[in-house]
Design a protein around this ligand. Sequence first.
Ligand code: GLU
Length: 490
Amino acid sequence: MSVRTRFAPSPTGFLHIGGARTALFCWLFARHHKAAFILRIEDTDEVRSTRESVDAILHSMNWLGLDWDEGPLLTKRDEGWDEKGSHGPYFQMKRTEHYKRYVKQLIDEGKAYPCYCTAEDIDAMRKLAESEKRNYRYDRRCRNLTADERKAREAQGKKFSVRFKMPEDGETVVDDGIRGQVHFDNKLRQDLVIQKTSGVPTYNFANVIDDHMMEVTHVVRGDEHLNNTPEQQQIYSALGFTPPKFAHLSMILGPDGAKLSKRHGATSVLEYRDQGFLPETMRNYLALLGWSTPESQQLFTQEELVAKFGLEGCQKNPATFDNAKLLWMNGEYIRTSTVDRLLEQAKPFLEKAELGSVDRKVLSTAVKLEQEKAKLLSDIPGLVEFFFREPNYDPKAVDKVLKAPGADKVVEELAVFLEKVEPFTEKSLEDAIRKFCEDTGRKTGQVFHPIRVAVSGKTTGPTLFGMLELLGKATVVARLKSAQKLCVQA
Ligand code: GLU
């Protein structure tokens, strides 16, 4: 049987870090096994599901480079999304006839029953459980109603939900691909609602029907679903379906040890994009949230991730989200990226910085000179802007370097000296300026620092001579001249 797996988000918000990690692991699993990867939208929560969330999920996955073989197409039309794949539709609300059919089958076979309890009844049961200091569990009062009792309730026009009959004893064993065998005592389980009074199925039921109908062989999902699995497994067996293999990924914690949430900073994947993270960084970083190789490799190409990923490397213990590591990793990716890729990825940030009409070649060279330093794509405009407009002088740099004793003379003499350097290239500038230091009896630091601050406004930046070459003689000389006024001590 060919391997098929899926990511099945509920569109009730943006794709957050936890969801993106699940999507990535499903995708890696699929690509590693050359399996079909399905994207299914679980929109049975009629109140909280939104079209904006669907859109955000599709775009987040697309940005992360997680392509899917079956599911909605990326672009939305007025009436919704077109779909691709032979096992659709891929939106649960378009599949309700299937759920109804199976609900009916379970009722007919005595494996599920209509429950006439109202929200108030349930609330009273909860309160009672609370007052008796025990966990709430539906008391199954509708489970054994006779046909006549049911008829009577229906005659009164009572609405009903449908509950699945969990076995009353024994245990359900989930053989989890990451956690091994997990035992659940059936006595402690619920008679799960599988169809709400509105006629819409619950997530737990629709999920089972779809995984069966879509021929999903492996379910990789967050560990918050482990506790739904015994009921789901019982539903599979009540319907005579073979359940897929389950694997539940460990929880993600913030640095303080609490479950990752808004409190810890950005939560949605697109926020990371907007902050200036590269998608390849996010993919690599998220892959390490709960998975590792025996040699603890940190940086992976996409091909390596696909080749090396496997459930055996997934850990049971919670993973910790570490912003500092993510930032470090982004710096690494930026440093080793091609300039063309950086320019393409940094485009929105460069556009926002309004550098004016810049020469693409100069911009490329500027980015190349600065890429060592950037941790975020959003750092790039600030790092390169002095190549295109007057520097923003950092007051500290001015105080420390330009107002230092003797700096005024250096700047003044250099403005004259550099005028004569020909060609104005990195190499010849280095030779000339080193010679200038020697001839005037100055240490290199006494000269290099003031030039750097005078032309760039900052004490740090790319290699000095490469930067001067790119700025060009006219700009360097003009800036040295105008910086002279900054050298005057107050
Ligand atoms: N729709 C569920 C969620 O978004 C996922 C269910 C599953 O993967 O089985 O959490």
